[in-house]
Design a binder for this molecule. Structure first.
Ligand SMILES: [Zn+2]
Length: 247
């Protein structure tokens, strides 16, 4: 059974409509897994960072304990020297022990200064730690939402896509092999997956270049398959697009 050019164009445009729907679904589904992967990276990064800060805080606490022990020891020494001071026999001995007491006092001062510094560092680090924890919670929340979204979209669109693929199969039956070959090649080469496009505002809606009035009128005649002189896409008139979409 021989088809008219009009029937061929309609069949091609119908197939294009179905394929565009499939493209749209795949595009939506295609971006979500990437977003999920990015969030998973963020979460892992923050968890590593939090672990590192925790270790640093532990080290600082250890440093403080060490310095506190230094002070304890220095105080014990001071007490011991002070007792000795009561039993000195001569001036030289007195001088020597006094010097020792002074050294212990200096050790205590140094240790106390260090403890204060470590204390400040702990306070600052704790703020960073709290901020990282809050960021982590936020990212984890975003991740859960995106994962759920992906799950919903995947299950919702799966059926839709399968139905559309069946429709596409059916639509292809009506198109001769030569045209299918041209159509597939055009679709493969076009970034937007469009092989058949309409005239929109006197232009090709595939590449947006103007179509001369005579050519537009030829397209509306539907007597010949006409391609865009700029991008090579098959052109159909706006009225045909409406007819196909209403069918
Ligand atoms: Zn074009």
């Amino acid at each position: 059974m021989e088809q008219t050019v009009e029937q061929k164009l309609k069949a091609l445009y119908e197939l294009q409509t179905i394929h565009s729907e499939i493209d749209k679904i795949r595009q939506i589904r295609g971006e979500l897994p990437m977003e999920v992967a990015d969030l998973e990276d963020d979460v892992a990064g923050l968890e590593t960072r939090i672990q590192k800060i925790k270790f640093e805080l532990d080290d600082l606490e250890d440093e403080i304990v060490t310095r506190k022990n230094v002070i304890k020891e220095a105080l014990a020494n001071t007490k011991k020297y002070e007792t000795q001071l009561n039993e000195v026999k001569n001036n030289r001995e007195y001088e020597a022990i006094s010097k020792e007491i002074e050294i212990q006092g200096l050790d205590i001062q140094v240790a106390e200064k260090k403890i204060r510094e470590f204390g400040f560092e702990i306070t600052t680090k704790n703020q960073v730690y709290e901020k990282a924890l809050a960021d982590l919670e936020e990212r984890k929340g975003d991740l859960e939402i995106k994962k759920a979204e992906l799950g919903t979209i995947t299950s919702e669109t799966q059926k839709e896509e399968e139905d559309l693929l069946v429709q596409a199969e059916k639509a292809q039956v009506n198109i001769e092999e030569r045209l299918m070959f041209a159509y597939n090649r055009l679709r493969k080469n076009a970034k937007n997956g469009l092989a058949v496009v309409t005239i929109r505002r006197d232009s090709c809606s595939g590449c947006f270049n103007q179509i001369p009035p005579q050519r537009q009128s030829d397209i509306r005649q539907r007597k010949k398959i006409i391609v865009c002189e700029h991008c090579g896409r098959i052109l159909v008139d706006e009225q045909m697009a409406m007819e196909v979409e209403e069918a």
